[in-house]
Design a protein around this ligand. Sequence first.
Ligand code: ADP
Length: 335
Amino acid sequence: MHKLPTLKSVKNFDSVAILTSGGDSPGMNPAIRALTRAAFNSGISHVYGINRGYSGLINNDIQKMTSRSVTNIVQRGGTVLKSARCLEFKEPNVRQDAAKILRDRGIEALFVIGGDGSMTGAHLFTEETGIPVIGLPGTIDNDIPGSDDTIGFDTAVNTALEAIDKIRDTAQSHERLFLVEVMGRNSGFIATQVGIACGAEMVVVPEYDFDLRELCLTLAQRRATGQGSSGIIVVAEGKDPGLTNRIAYQLEEQGQNPRICILGHIQRGGSPSGHDRMLASCLGASAVSYLLAGYNDIMVGVNQGSIVDIPLRRVITETKSLNRHLFDITTLLHK
Ligand code: ADP
């Protein structure tokens, strides 16, 4: 259960807008619902939904929301507002045009749900135009600085686990080694959590070097002690495409015969978990409270169980590191 901030309303807003941007994540819908309902119930008269992230903003693709427009979406994956990548938004003059579109509609503040790229756009937008912006961390990667958790991470981990449990069955029947690739170009948060929870023999993450020879030795020892030759290696996809194939090739050279399973986009979809629905609802409601309390240029996030505000400047300049102790558990428990 999250500890919510106690905030006093000091500002009035008549009209606000919401957008979802960048890679979608399960839980964006409950966040949209929470923002919309909390806004109406806090005395804000108009809530707008901007379609397709910053792309919809610059193209004036904006719709009026009602309390009913967010009925029955709390359990749905994806985002009803759609998401998109919009390179034009990196241009300062385009951001000025976007601000004019909001002002012409009387929209006084913006909520942005998305990953670190979306938070960068949000920070520049408010800094240059003065329109208040509050961000919500929406990404399966859990790689946003300042927040222990992000909307969609828990669901993605559970989706991967469900798949790996099934792979484990066939791996054991045929005494096979499987390389399972999970998402994570720059970070191994998903791989580490999935690896611990599925009992993986090894976890490969972009943050740390891995020792293939040690793995082969472990596999040989397991065979020698009658523990079988099946196993799961969880690999975060990393920056360079084809990493999992390269590891498989190296393993083959060491006499192994691994199979590959790339989980891919299934990790982005699906009904948000109870945890992510709670997180999105608490962050959404708190984001509205922060706006009414006069905060701007912040992201709402979680710190040791409490909902907190983090300056967007900090979010976009710092990096979130993988906890080495947590990662070490992956090797501590596999033998
Ligand atoms: P995510 O938010 O999931 O990290 P991206 O990195 O693709 O996804 O960013 C989503 C969108 O945020 C981009 O398409 C762009 O519109 C906006 N954005 C990203 N980086 C910047 C930037 N440096 N300046 C302005 N806008 C940006």
